[in-house]
Design a protein around this ligand. Structure first.
Ligand code: NAI
Ligand code: GCB
Length: 270
């Protein structure tokens, strides 16, 4: 039996994973500050505040893999982002270390490299180009993961999730969509991956217009199958208008928030 701890299990992605990751050889321990409902078979419920280090260490007892989803999941001011995306993230890594957990899966985001243009395909080692304070916080989480891997031997996987949605709903998502099925598959790959030190992988479906290259982590076994192109007519029919950077950057609308720079300069790929 593998015990998997989902931190942030009551959220949008957490709900999908709660159903999608369940299996006869797994126990899912679910952590959230929000209500989680009753425990199904092979589930354990932990209603705690994950910024509380002692509570989280206790919740991680006998856990094989931590999956950390808890964060403020979109662009916001520093004061909103800081307590969750910095403080809670650090608490989660530190609790894993103290509880002697060996594997940590971190829900990062394509927003860490959001200012890269969609015109070029990016690999995991391109320059960090965050789309905003939220993107910066996700790059912080990846850096923290690297530290805990190097200094404390924690196996860390950073999943740079893009647009985790039931279906693509705008032009950008024709490139950045991550279907629920492929998202579940990606988290399964990360949970069961062969021994590793540290990696970053893009959480994007097999979209005709995807502009990410995951060839460096072929060993992970992530083989997405959904293609946003199948929804092209539906997306076009929405007539949804995007901001000036919304359809041409990896980060989309998050790049447009408060943007007053020179777009040619900002989009220069490195
Ligand atoms: N939804 C998406 O398309 C993407 C999400 N991500 C990342 O994936 C993760 C999950 O995203 P979503 O499910 O969309 O977010 P969400 O906001 O729906 O879920 C986050 C969960 O964390 C919980 N939480 C917040 N503070 C907590 C605390 N102090 N203690 C315990 N639990 C706490 C919330 O109650 C919530 O259930 C986030 O880290 C986000 O940055 C990354 C890229 C794309
Ligand atoms: O890039 C995207 O589409 C997504 O990226 C994220 O990190 C956010 O959590 C999500 O709200 C966005 O929709």
């Amino acid at each position: 039996m593998k015990r998997i701890l989902l931190v942030g299990a009551a959220g949008r992605i957490g709900k999908v994973l709660r159903a999608g990751l369940a299996g006869p050889d797994r126990i899912l321990r679910l952590v959230d500050i929000a209500p989680l409902g009753g425990a199904a078979e092979r589930e354990e419920i932990c209603n705690i505040d994950a910024t509380d280090l002692d509570a989280l260490i206790l919740a991680m007892k006998d856990v094989d893999v931590v999956v950390n989803l808890a964060a403020f999941p979109e662009e916001a001011d520093w004061e909103t982002i800081f307590p969750l995306n910095y403080d809670l993230t650090r608490t989660a890594f530190e609790a894993a270390r103290q509880a002697r957990v060996t594997r940590f899966v971190y829900a990062s985001s394509v927003q860490a490299v959001g200012f890269h243009p969609l015109a070029t395909t990016i690999t995991d080692d391109v320059r960090i180009k965050p789309s905003g304070f939220y993107g910066v916080s996700k790059a912080f989480g990846e850096a923290l993961g690297s530290l805990y891997a190097d200094k404390y031997g924690l196996s860390v996987g950073c999943l740079r999730i893009a647009s985790f949605e039931e279906r693509p709903t705008d032009e950008r998502m024709l490139s950045t969509w991550l279907s629920f099925d492929d998202g579940i598959h990606l988290f399964n790959c990360a949970i069961d991956a062969p021994d590793h030190h540290y990696y970053r992988v893009f959480g994007v479906s097999n979209n005709t217009r995807s502009r990410v290259d995951n060839s460096h982590v072929a060993w992970l076994g992530y083989r997405p199958s959904s293609d946003a192109e199948d929804y092209l007519d539906e997306v076009r029919a929405t007539g949804k208008q995007l901001g000036p950077l919304g359809g041409i950057t990896q980060g989309g609308g998050a790049c447009d928030v408060g943007f007053s720079g020179d777009s040619d300069a900002a989009l220069k790929a490195c």
